[in-house]
Design a binder for this molecule. Sequence first.
Ligand SMILES: NC(=O)c1ccc[n+]([C@@H]2O[C@H](COP(=O)([O-])OP(=O)(O)OC[C@H]3O[C@@H](n4cnc5c(N)ncnc54)[C@H](OP(=O)(O)O)[C@@H]3O)[C@@H](O)[C@H]2O)c1
Length: 260
Amino acid sequence: MPKLNTVLITGSSEGIGRSFAEIYAKNGHDLVLVARNKAKLEEFAQELKAKYGVNVEVFAADLIPVDAAQKLFTAIALKEIQIDILVNNAGMMQVEKLSLSDPQQLNNLLQLNIQSLVNMTQQFVKPMLARGQGKIVNVGSIASFMPTPNFAAYGASKAFVLSFSEGIAEEFRGTGVTVTCVCPGMTETKMLSHADGFEKFIPKFLKADPMELAAQAYKASMKGDVVFLDKIANKLLVQWATHYPRWMVRGVNGLFARFK
Ligand SMILES: NC(=O)c1ccc[n+]([C@@H]2O[C@H](COP(=O)([O-])OP(=O)(O)OC[C@H]3O[C@@H](n4cnc5c(N)ncnc54)[C@H](OP(=O)(O)O)[C@@H]3O)[C@@H](O)[C@H]2O)c1
């Protein structure tokens, strides 16, 4: 049994979260799976139990309401499950000009990508700090490093995730709790295929396989890396975005957005 045994993964019915669940299970961790679709989670839990012989609990929850993290924490505590690793993966993207965006959807995005991630971290890190061990894994994006016209709120939410993760990584230094911000580039999931035709402009070599991403991110978090980027192309893009003047990065991204 791994020292940090039980992992809670949000958004684990699909995509990157589902791949994270598979990788943690493969490494012998017990799991707590969270997403809205209970039937899908239960079916996946059975599959993981049979394949890897680990314990898997399922909590169906919408993480958008402001009290969602608190309710989930209470429900898990009632079952006397100790969470050793928290993977804040659930997120949503809306590719749409700001003026045309549905305000409710925009609110949901900010609630899920920002507020819920902060609330989940605050709830679950307290017992980890008290025990002197634990891990937080937050899923950001390469968009964390640059503005993203046509989906500006999404990019800004991911910039928040990176800044927040780096901030708390330093805050928790020396406590036994580490924080890793996983910043994927384009990854082949439902989110990308639903992104308003965005996917067809991305060459195949730039798209990551979610299982490969999750396997590498797992190792990075186990080592205690604070920021993790997969793929050379993503690392180069982030080098460019962080070392060139902001007007240039902004302008080039704006040009791509207008071209699309
Ligand atoms: N795919 C990419 O190219 C890419 C790139 C960079 C970063 N990311 C980030 O990676 C993370 C995962 O993305 P993905 O591509 O795997 O997305 P995805 O395929 O759309 O999966 C999203 C997961 O989150 C769950 N979810 C969505 N809304 C929820 C809510 N309100 N409450 C609870 N769970 C919810 C979904 O399950 P239910 O519908 O059952 O709730 C699903 O399990 C996100 O934070 C995303 O921003 C993705």
